[in-house]
Write a protein that binds this ligand. Structure first.
Ligand code: ADP
Ligand code: MG
Length: 316
């Protein structure tokens, strides 16, 4: 039996409420397979399309409807955790019931603390929300203090920073739930980004990478595995080229070298590999695994997926 933090990628959820409702059924099946084996599972998930949709809906309707307030980005993130958690926890609970496994699932609204001095705040990179004309973009910069950038000829978009996670505000609660055998869904969308202020936590418009937040969660929970489930069965070198080579495993040293050589795309595979390396190096017997949802079980048996581990003394 092992403790695992499982990070679900975009394909575990789909992009519309209907798609999500359908996708979480097969996601739940795979997750309950792992629970059935006796593993302690904590789930984290992405929220890109979902928070994008929520943000865009408020942005456009608050422009035309007087009684729709403009919704701050951290609040949009909180809504996405609720919306995704609602579907996921129902689907997993139902599957547990069918399998006669006597436990409960809870999604926890999770705030992830970031450092106000994180250099990411000096150069926002993550585009969110609608496309605007140059005039509208200028006005938003002045009136709301947004950072707006031109996005590949399609107009201007707001960009927010992507700082690294420093701490998880609700970690004690997550620990208690896990210790009492509950299934927890936490750190959705990388968590709601907050900074510490004298009078408590304050939300900031930013996006925390869900792979990094999941890594932080895995460390905090002293998990044995960080499992990053995405669209591909394995990580590749020379991805998408004729020299493509799928990897069964890599040491953290190899992974760092491959990353430096540019094998992993920024914003997709690179944060996963970085998170996997960080977790594998966080203590003895810590392993990371990158694979697809379909192959999670087989990958845990060493049959597929890409394992990332730290080569320690005595090993080659
Ligand atoms: P998620 O939504 O699961 O977080 P992303 O779509 O952001 O995942 O990233 C996973 C994608 O990264 C894969 O589907 C693949 O297209 C792409 N990718 C980029 N570089 C690599 C690589 N070296 N090996 C495998 N996949 C890669
Ligand atoms: Mg994706």
């Amino acid at each position: 039996m092992a403790r695992m933090v499982v990070a679900l990628g975009g394909n575990a959820l789909g992009e519309t409420p209907e798609e999500q409702q359908a996708a979480v059924k097969s996601t739940a099946e795979k997750i309950v397979q792992l629970i059935k084996k006796g593993h302690e599972i904590v789930l984290a998930h992405g929220n890109g399309p979902q928070v994008g949709m929520i943000n865009l809906a408020f942005e456009s309707s608050s422009r035309t409807e007087e009684d729709v307030a403009s919704m701050p980005f951290p609040e949009c993130g909180a809504m996405s955790q609720g919306y995704i958690g609602y579907h996921l926890q129902n689907a997993i609970q139902q599957k547990l019931r069918e399998e006669n496994i006597d436990t409960n699932v809870a999604s926890l609204i999770t705030q992830v603390i970031v450092d106000e001095d994180d250099p990411a705040f000096d150069s926002p990179t993550k585009p969110i929300g609608a496309f605007y004309s140059r005039e509208e973009a200028d006005r938003l910069e002045k009136e709301k203090g947004y950072s707006m950038v031109e996005d590949s000829g399609r107009g201007y978009r707001r960009v927010v920073p992507s700082p690294l996670p420093v701490d998880i505000a609700e970690k004690d609660m997550i620990r208690e739930l896990v210790a009492s055998g509950k299934i927890v869904i936490a750190c959705g969308g990388g968590g709601i980004p907050v900074v510490r202020k004298e009078n408590g936590l304050a939300g900031v418009p930013a996006v925390i990478d869900k792979d990094h937040a999941s890594e932080k969660l895995a460390e905090e929970l002293e998990a044995d595995y960080l499992i990053i489930l995405t669209e591909v069965e394995k990580v590749a070198l020379n991805f998408g080229t004729e020299e493509e080579k799928w990897l069964d495993e890599m040491t953290t040293e190899e992974a760092k070298r491959y990353a430096d050589e540019g094998h992993f795309a920024e914003g997709s595979m690179l944060p996963k590999v970085k998170a996997a390396v960080e977790f594998a190096e966080s203590g003895p017997n810590k392993k990371s695994l990158i694979t697809s949802l379909e192959n999670a079980d087989a990958a845990l048996k060493g049959k597929t997926g890409t394992q990332i581990y730290e080569a320690r003394e005595g090993e080659i």
